[in-house]
Design a protein around this ligand. Structure first.
Ligand code: UD1
Ligand code: CA
Length: 453
């Protein structure tokens, strides 16, 4: 494949989304629409990726600077006068570029890198100055239709400008094009002669032909790949498509999903063999689950790693690392910075935050363990609280290995408990407890005569 550069059109307001957020920043299975396109073209290593921004440019630009894209350049289209006008803004960057120019809309996120490389190769193979990626679709409504003459691409007509017979055409324009350097000349001839009074990139087909150049088609079979996203319904349909693809791949790799309609699994999730996912589970972005895990009812997991054999039920896990054979829930809240090592149990209505809990330890009932370090084989009794916050600062609690903490203990941090210590139930621990000691820190029980009137 010859060298190529990419132009991504992302200046449109996305009016049909009815949103204050630029359309390309809407989230699809864990990443903004524009990131889908960038990932797909980046894998083909283009010489340049030129993104045209307009509506909400500052938000998109801020995001693009965060994700650090190779060979990225940004140009602005101040007034959104149409897709051809948007491409014209990139001329100052690409004017002297001699390779192919792949033009994509930022709202066609499901396109495969393989398809793009076929499109570029096809443009190279033929004498065409333009190859349009087209697809045969069941419902062409809203798309530009491919009008052929004698079996060859003649022009593209938009829905709003199409006559009745053109509206019946099922072959649609995907909004993805590969041009050679005649692009600039063709663009200079585009006129806003249409019902929207916009400069349409699609007009370059007829213009190139009038210039004596040829334009051809690459037609793909999978219409889902070129699904355009213009409104919230289409966004949710794309989400459903991705989920179907994801679920299929997981089934093939040996993951059980009991009711695939009733789970959400982000496209980037990695899930090991023989893991079983029950209905109601929501796996958000950046999650890695090991082998043989069980994820049960209404659990929400994001930014987390869960190792082999762990069981999560009815719990919320956010930015945490969970070891092997850990049991969480029902109804636990595992908050950012929690590290639960192998065989740990965090049970009913317990919460952890910035807590490292070493192997075999248990926090089984109604506890809050925050800003804490808990050793191995520790039992934390029901209702134990690390009182980590004095109203201004957070303080740390350290509990040594093999210690036993009775029920309803308050640790007033900062405080340290050595190994093999025993903390009596109901204690409020304000001073360090050395290793091997029994600490009782509660009012002594008194017995008095009962007075009955
Ligand atoms: C476009 C095509 C249509 C095709 C469809 C595929 C045109 C005229 N029509 O229609 O043939 O079937 O995509 O999904 O191109 N944009 C700008 N600046 C502008 C206008 C648009 O950057 O001034 C960008 C948009 O952000 C979007 C892309 O160009 O990424 C396409 O614009 P959109 O309004 O979505 O065009 P469609 O009506 O979907
Ligand atoms: Ca569109």
């Amino acid at each position: 494949m010859k060298n190529f550069s990419v132009v991504i059109l992302a200046a449109g307001a996305g009016t049909r989304m009815r949103s204050s957020l630029p359309k390309v920043m809407h989230n699809l299975s864990g990443k903004p629409l524009i990131k889908w396109i960038i990932d797909s073209v980046s894998s083909l290593k283009p010489d340049n990726i030129v993104v045209v921004l307009g509506y909400g440019a500052d938000k998109v630009e801020e995001y693009l600077s965060e994700i650090n894209v190779k060979n990225l350049k940004i140009v602005y289209q101040k007034e959104q006068l149409g897709s051809a006008h948007a491409v014209m803004q990139t001329e100052k960057v690409l004017k002297n570029y001699s390779g192919n120019i792949l033009v994509l809309s930022s709202d066609v996120p499901l396109i495969n890198a393989r398809t793009l490389s076929t499109l570029i190769k096809n443009n190279d193979k033929t004498t065409s100055s333009l190859t349009v990626l087209a697809a045969e679709v069941a419902n062409p409504f809203g798309y530009g239709r491919i009008v052929k003459k004698d079996g060859f691409l003649e022009r593209i007509v938009e829905e709003k400008d199409a006559n009745i017979s053109e509206k019946r055409i099922n072959l649609i324009n995907s909004g993805i094009y590969c041009f050679d350097k005649n692009l600039w000349k063709a663009l200079s001839k585009v006129k806003p002669n249409n019902s929207k009074k916009e400069y349409y990139i699609t007009d370059t087909v007829a213009i190139l032909k009038s210039m004596g150049k040829s334009a051809s088609l690459t037609v793909i079979k999978d219409e889902n790949e070129v699904k355009g996203i213009n409104n919230r319904l289409e966004l949710s349909q794309a989400e459903a498509l991705l989920k179907d693809r994801k679920v299929k791949r997981l089934f093939e790799s040996g993951v059980s999903i009991i009711d695939a309609d009733k789970v959400y699994i982000s496209y980037d999730a990695k899930i090991g063999q023989d893991t079983v996912i029950y209905p109601g589970v929501f796996i958000d972005t950046n999650v890695v689950v090991g082998k043989g895990c069980v994820l049960k009812g209404s659990s929400y997991i994001i930014d987390a790693r869960i190792d082999d054999g762990s069981i999560i039920s009815y719990s919320y896990i956010n930015r945490a690392i969970i070891g092997k054979n850990v049991k969480i829930g029902p109804f636990s809240h595992i908050r950012p910075g929690s590290v639960l090592k192998d065989n740990v149990k965090v049970g009913n209505f317990s919460e952890t935050k910035k807590a490292v809990i070493a192997k075999n330890s248990k926090v089984n009932h109604l506890s809050y363990i925050g800003d804490a370090e808990v050793g191995e084989d520790v039992n934390i009794g029901a209702g134990t609280i690390t009182c980590n916050y004095d109203g201004i600062n957070k303080h740390k609690t350290v509990i040594g290995s093999n210690s036993f903490v009775g029920s309803n203990v308050n640790f007033i941090a900062p405080v340290k408990v050595g190994n093999n210590a025993l903390i009596a139930a109901g204690s409020t621990v304000t001073r360090d407890v050395p290793a091997g000691k029994l600490a009782i820190a509660r009012a002594r029980q008194e017995l008095k005569r009962r007075i009955i009137k």
